[in-house]
Design a protein around this ligand. Structure first.
Ligand code: ATP
Length: 141
């Protein structure tokens, strides 16, 4: 598999599990969080890390975010930060932006900004579980 450069913004459970899986698969992963403790916890699972407010244009620029193939915005609760960050990434011309949405309205705003892939973790996971339950023989062993 070719090596890509990923940045994961927001190192809660969601962001850290994405970073960890990508890193295990040999990809370059920069983990970013505004909170020092979150960055420290994620350090074993990333190639590089930074404490930064991703909703600040200067902070993103100083991290060279422009050069990344894919940026994942894994900020959920702070909707304003999520939206501002996604907008800055879009303006910087990032080729693939993925973002987590915590509500339909949040997702609609991310869509308007032009985020390429919007993830609704609970809804998407629920659908996945139901699909697995519907697959043949799932309940017959
Ligand atoms: P999860 O459900 O994934 O565990 P969470 O409930 O811990 O998430 P969220 O509000 O979804 O918290 O945010 C995820 C992470 O994003 C947190 O670790 C938080 O510190 C970080 N974060 C929030 N705002 C910013 C920002 N402006 N810049 C960088 N990181 C941020």
């Amino acid at each position: 598999m070719s090596k890509n450069q990923y940045a994961v913004i927001g190192l809660g459970r969601f962001g850290t599990s994405i970073a960890r899986r990508l890193h295990e698969a040999g990809q370059e992963v920069l983990g970013i969080d505004i909170n020092e403790e979150s960055v420290e916890n994620a350090e074993p699972y990333v190639t590089d890390s930074a404490i930064a407010d991703a909703s600040e244009e200067k902070a993103l620029a100083s991290l060279g975010i422009r050069n990344f193939d894919c940026v994942i915005v894994a900020i959920g609760d702070d909707i304003q930060s999520s939206i501002l960050t996604a907008m800055l990434l879009k303006n910087l011309g990032i080729k693939k932006i993925i973002a987590k949405a915590t509500s339909k309205r949040h997702g609609q705003v991310l869509e308007t900004i032009g985020v390429h892939w919007i993830i609704y973790p609970e809804r998407d996971m629920g659908e996945r579980v139901a699909n697995q339950l519907l697959s043949p023989n799932m309940l017959n062993y």
